[in-house]
Design a protein. Structure first.
Length: 405
């Protein structure tokens, strides 16, 4: 939510400023996007709840939170005796979901802090619900579930790409989202609310995110082996233990999380396929080394034509590779903003131009369909060996999508 491009008087685009900040691991204010979240009109008291699109897959979705502690990584900010602490959420195909409540887009305390920071506290009671049913039993089909792990962007949160995550789960994946401590809004089981730190010494570099992803892969392996990795040993949904397939694991991420996905994949062969949602690929030291496993880039603000780091990373991809771009998309367009911002604009009385400033000119309905179709097609092909045709070239069903050579 930080990257609507603009040209300053010195000629520097917001995209380039964001890239520099991401490479340094700096926190970028979320409220800097487009028009501020707070629109020109107050939200009506009887306004309807915001809605996320329903997943298109055949299975209902279950979800459960995990409290994870990486005891191999001391946490100097928390103090002696503390270790890197993360919240993660597993989304999965479920059964018998009727008795289980649906999960909110964000935990209540984290939601309050997030919307207050971005200037739209009035939206707290209108925040969307997800398609995930908390604690519902896992649907078992005789085969283990392929796994994808997700890394959010700078000063964002793990619910920011719920459209993609619950879409994958509805099609038979276990999707695990990670809340990167000190660069996110999240809530711990004991009630602590975590918000992004502005301290540059905080572990918020893309490499820190990548280390989190690799630790989460360890936890996936524990779940696959029948062990509960939750630090508090809280009860897990029926059927989750032993249901994940550690031989079919992929990763994807948005913005800094896309760079972290590339970094983690270079370091860890357990990640069989990687997807970057407009990752700038900017790190210090730079990403280095050839990658022989499938990798896909969905570009918007950070393109190979404008960003040498993205072009350099692409040149080192030795396996299957694909780079697409949705015309009219901004950096935030590959996320829940495409579904939520048009509703916010209507509630707040934004003009059409203000909405375009926030999410670009890509048609929002088309943007949602792109999010649902392309990540699923990519992971289906490379984790399940299910070939479709959406990745083969331009499609009449997705007229905005350009395949970059």
């Amino acid at each position: 939510m930080t990257t609507t491009p603009f040209i300053s008087r010195k000629g520097m685009t917001r995209r380039s400023m964001l890239g520099a900040a991401l490479a340094a691991g700096a926190a970028v204010p979320l409220a800097a996007a487009g028009p501020a979240w707070a629109g020109p009109a107050a939200i009506a008291p009887a306004a309807p709840r915001l809605m996320l699109p329903v997943p298109t897959g055949p299975y209902p979705v279950g979800t459960v939170q995990l409290h994870l502690v990486d005891r191999s990584r001391p946490d100097d900010i928390a103090g002696p005796g503390h270790f890197r602490e993360l919240m993660a959420t597993v989304w999965y195909p479920a059964r018998n979901v009727e008795r289980y409540p649906v999960a909110p887009w964000m935990p209540a305390g984290a939601l309050q802090a997030f919307l207050t920071d971005v200037g739209f506290r009035d939206l707290v009671p209108l925040a969307p619900l997800t398609a995930g049913h908390v604690g519902a039993p896992v649907r078992r089909s005789g085969q283990r579930l392929p796994v994808v792990v997700f890394s959010h962007g700078a000063r964002s949160h793990q619910g920011d790409h719920t459209i993609m995550v619950q879409e994958l789960a509805s099609h038979g994946y276990a999707a695990v989202t990670v809340a990167h401590q000190y660069d996110t809004y999240t809530e711990f089981p004991d009630g602590r609310i975590a918000v992004p730190l502005r301290d540059r010494q905080a572990p918020t570099l893309p490499g820190d995110f990548a280390a989190d992803l690799r630790f989460v892969l360890d936890c996936v392996e524990q779940l696959a082996a029948g062990c509960n990795p939750d630090a508090d040993q809280r009860e897990l949904p029926a059927g989750l233990l032993g249901s994940l397939d550690p031989r079919r694991m992929g990763a994807f991420g948005w913005s800094k999380g896309g760079t972290a996905t590339a970094c983690a994949m270079l370091a860890d062969e357990r990640i069989r396929a990687g997807l970057s949602l407009d990752g700038p690929m900017q790190m210090n030291p730079p990403l280095a080394g050839d990658l022989d496993r499938p990798f896909m880039m969905m570009s918007a603000a950070f393109t190979r034509a404008t960003d040498p780091e993205a072009a350099a990373f692409w040149s080192h991809l030795r396996g299957w590779r694909l780079n697409i771009q949705a015309q009219g998309a901004l950096h935030v367009s590959y996320g829940d903003h495409e579904a939520l911002f048009p509703q916010v604009a209507k509630l707040s009385g934004w003009s059409g131009q203000q909405l375009e400033d926030a999410i670009g000119t890509l048609d929002p309905d088309q943007g949602v369909k792109i999010q649902q179709a392309y990540p699923l097609a990519f992971f289906d092909e490379h984790l399940r060996h299910r070939r479709g045709n959406v990745l083969d070239g331009p499609s009449p069903g997705f007229p905005a999508v350009t395949f970059l050579p």
